[in-house]
Each structure stands twice: as structure tokens, then as C-alpha cells.
Design a protein around this ligand. Structure first.
Ligand SMILES: O=C1O[C@@H](CO)[C@H](O)[C@H]1O
Length: 291
């Protein structure tokens, strides 16, 4: 696609910390969260319909469940909403000063859920793998701001951002047909974001195996090839894009959530909006949580 993609406003400003865009293929709608306002949003691009659900705690991420409902990464653990809206805890671990942050569903339907300390002190967060029976395995114990997580189309690589490292890391997944269990290995940097270009926040992997990463304080989304080459830069008209995901009936539209926290909203009136860049790539179907 030639030229610089132009952002359209999918959902107008209002979020403090918009995060975690996820295309729900069953509902044909975008799910996203406003972490610090404890809200789970949905947006249907077909008719513009929107819903908002309040959660009891800050909500770092919300993902579809197989069969309906949501799995949510809250302050004190991971919760489940049934199709009827009933809530239950899947895994509860209240750690003072820490909250859930980004999360992703692996090819095998497990949820990989990250945490971060509110003060972002080094090593205060972690990354766990949870299955529907409530089993939680800490995969990475020493994390600061657990963020974007995604898998290559063949499931053999996992990409991961611990934001303050400035790196997009890549891991080997032992068995593609399991989504890797908790046994990922071979951690190495795919990319190190240069100083002044922002910090790697949320990410998504496209059908070519390229990694799209939102750059917090970088006012851009970048696309990197599987060998770490910068392939495309999509300027975003706000300083703090937080995460990105492909959506739409063909999974070709890139949705970008944004934050208004720490931003001069008079200078950046779109801060806190959900933006969309139509037709910029080809995403992958996102699995639902198997639990
Ligand atoms: O995803 C996130 O990125 C940080 C900023 O690094 C933000 O507070 C958190 O939710």
C-alpha cells in the first residue's frame, strides 16, 4: 500500500488508558479496555454500536472466551465473565501496588497474562500462563511492565514486550500445536527501539509473521519483519499509542488504542481515542480463551 496511512477515529476520545484492542471474530466487534477507568468497551464497525461494562477493579485486558463471555486481567488476578454476565475468579493473587496489564490468548487457547507495579519499579511484575482449570504457571517472574505478547503464524515463535527494556523479545516455542505450554526458551532481542523513538507497548503479529508494535511516547506503530528489519512506520496523531490489532470482517484494518494520561489533550484532542487505519495489512484470527 503506497503512501502514509491516514488514521480514522473509530471511537472518540475519552479513555485515560485505552489498551488491549482485540477483534472478537464471533461477535464481529472490537473489544478494548480503559484500564484506569475500569471499563471494558466493545465497538461494532458495521453500525458503530458501542457497549461499555464497568469492572470492579482496574482491567488490563479483556479477551473473548470460547462459547461466549470474557476473560479479564484485573488488578488482583484473572476473572471470568459468563455469557450471562456472571463473574467468577479464575486465578486470584492480590499483590499490593501491582495490577494486571496486557494479556494475549495463545494458539492453544491458554491466556498469557502480565502484571506490572503501579510505580513501574524494576522486576515488580510477571508473566503467567493460565489454563481454563485455573492452573497458573509463572513463565517470566522478573518483569517491569508486562506488555505486548503474540505468536508467529506457525506458533513456533512468541514475541514479547517488557516495555522499559525498549526491546521486542522473541522466544522459541517447544511445540507449535500446544501454543508452547509454559516452556518457552531461547529469549533474545528481535529489535531494540532506539532512544527517542518511544517504548514498545502492545503488539500484534500479521499473516506474514511481521510484528506490529505500538510505541508509547513514540506517536507511531512500526512493522518489523521476522528477522527484525523495520518494514513500515505508521505515524499516529497522538503521543501515546498503546496497542494495535487487526480487525474488521477481513482482518485488514489496524485498530490502535491510545492513552490520554500524561498527554496535553488540548494539543492532542484524539488522545484516548481508538483509531483505525483501514486496509493497511492482513491480520490473523485471534483465538478465544479455552476456559
Ligand atoms: O501498557 C502499558 O504501558 C504503560 C506505559 O509504559 C502503561 O501504563 C501500561 O498500562
Amino acid at each position: 500500500m503506497s503512501g502514509v496511512p491516514r488514521a480514522e477515529v473509530a471511537v472518540p476520545a475519552g479513555a485515560r488508558l485505552g489498551e488491549g484492542p482485540t477483534w472478537d471474530g464471533a461477535r464481529k466487534a472490537l473489544i478494548w479496555v480503559d484500564i484506569l477507568n475500569s471499563r471494558v468497551h466493545t465497538y461494532d464497525p458495521a453500525d458503530g454500536a458501542r457497549t461499555v461494562m464497568a469492572t470492579e477493579q482496574h482491567v488490563g485486558a479483556a479477551k473473548p472466551r470460547a462459547g461466549g463471555g470474557l476473560v479479564v486481567n484485573l488488578r488482583d488476578g484473572v476473572g471470568l465473565y459468563g455469557a450471562d454476565g456472571a463473574f467468577s475468579w479464575l486465578y486470584r493473587e492480590a499483590v499490593p501496588g501491582r495490577r494486571g496489564n496486557d494479556a494475549a490468548v495463545a494458539p492453544d487457547g491458554a491466556l498469557w497474562a502480565g502484571t506490572m507495579p503501579y510505580d513501574e519499579r524494576p522486576g515488580g511484575g510477571d508473566l503467567k500462563r493460565l489454563t481454563g482449570d485455573g492452573t497458573a504457571v509463572t513463565v517470566l517472574p522478573d518483569v517491569t511492565v508486562s506488555n505486548g505478547t503474540g505468536w508467529s503464524p506457525d506458533g513456533r515463535l512468541m514475541y514479547y514486550n517488557d516495555t522499559p527494556t525498549r526491546r521486542i523479545d522473541v522466544f522459541d516455542v517447544p511445540s507449535a500445536d500446544t501454543g508452547g505450554g509454559a516452556g518457552v526458551s531461547g529469549r533474545r532481542a528481535l529489535v531494540e527501539i532506539e532512544r527517542g523513538a518511544g517504548y514498545p507497548d502492545g503488539l500484534t503479529v500479521d499473516a506474514d509473521g511481521c510484528v506490529w508494535v505500538a510505541l508509547w511516547d513514540g506517536a507511531a506503530v512500526r512493522r518489523y519483519t521476522p528477522d527484525g528489519r523495520l518494514d513500515r512506520t505508521v505515524p499516529v496523531p497522538v503521543p501515546r499509542p498503546t496497542a494495535c490489532a487487526f480487525g474488521g470482517t477481513e482482518l485488514r484494518d489496524l485498530y490502535v488504542t491510545t492513552a490520554s494520561v500524561g498527554t496535553d489533550t488540548s494539543a492532542h484532542p484524539l488522545a484516548g481515542s481508538v483509531l483505525v487505519f483501514p486496509g493497511v495489512g492482513q491480520g490473523l484470527p485471534q483465538p478465544a480463551f479455552a476456559g
